[in-house]
Design a protein around this ligand. Sequence first.
Ligand SMILES: Cc1cc2nc3c(=O)[nH]c(=O)nc-3n(C[C@H](O)[C@H](O)[C@H](O)COP(=O)(O)OP(=O)(O)OC[C@H]3O[C@@H](n4cnc5c(N)ncnc54)[C@H](O)[C@@H]3O)c2cc1C
Length: 319
Amino acid sequence: MNEADAEIYDVVIIGGGPAGASAAIYTARADLRTLVIDKGLTAGALGITSKISNYPGVPGTVSGAELVGIMRQQAESFGATFTTERVVGVDINANPRVVMGGTRTFQTRAIILATGSMGRTSTVPGEEKLLGRGVSYCATCDGAFFRNRPVAVVGGNDEALEETLFLSKFASHITLIVPTPEMKAQPHVRDEVIAHPAIDVRTGTRLKAVEGDKQVTGVRVQSRESKEDEVIPVEGVFVFLQGARPITDYLMGQLETTDDGCLKVDRQMQTSVPGIFAVGDLLCSHIKQAVIAASDGVIAAIAADRYIHGRKQIKTDWS
Ligand SMILES: Cc1cc2nc3c(=O)[nH]c(=O)nc-3n(C[C@H](O)[C@H](O)[C@H](O)COP(=O)(O)OP(=O)(O)OC[C@H]3O[C@@H](n4cnc5c(N)ncnc54)[C@H](O)[C@@H]3O)c2cc1C
């Protein structure tokens, strides 16, 4: 399933929020072959924000998804390519470096990490114990193991809904557990999920525990309205919830982090490994604002150009 992309990119940017999309504007404009891999327009902090009115140069109010969309179009106009994939692993020591998506593998000289800080801060009882025994965070990776079996998906954004639709090719029945009163996804994705005969949507429902001893046997959920617990029998559970922790799981400990899970970088946004940069909300010292994430992205993009061309001096558009 994990097909290889034959092209070797100069820069692969993981995450296409304001940090990643701004980096792409600069790397593409510097003629670097640039690929941005993002798991979903509304999976990031800016993507879920309904109103932004303090982004310089954009007067009035826009939605976060609109603002990210404009940044992505600008990067595409300079030649950057965007693809929708969840990154599940990287090999930063290979030459060229390898970035693994759920369905494809990419090769690159430099990597800019821009996955933000919407990672979960805690798990529910049973989740860690049953990880790999029915609990998964990637339907495109593990969906085929659940052919003709009932599963649950937890989450309500584009990522959760798209993974639900992917799972519908395999699972016999899917219960979609949405913690919020409504699904927060693009209307055409939401409508497809609602219309699907094998998907049962439970909005306003919280995941309380994953049940099972050696394998998942069910999920314990609670309705926010009735406050009643219910155990839904399933053999798999795919969790796509968001929190406020830097998303670094796909790095599998290859880069040094602080106790808070943030990546350490120098003034050029470079991590301890040359050619690997990190920007935006992934960083602890970071003020969480879109313009600051964008600025980080630009610094990393210029440093990546310098790294790839072995230059000591920074070259900008105007110098
Ligand atoms: C509710 C809310 C309101 C806010 N309001 C404002 C405001 O008014 N003004 C302002 O300036 N800032 C605001 N912010 C802060 C701002 O949104 C963030 O600082 C900014 O979005 C950080 O940018 P980023 O690119 O680092 O991360 P994000 O915007 O979170 O983007 C990260 C991207 O990485 C992708 N990603 C994550 N993991 C993976 C993976 N494994 N594989 C592939 N892609 C992945 C996500 O899909 C996402 O697109 C707000 C934030 C929130 C949560």
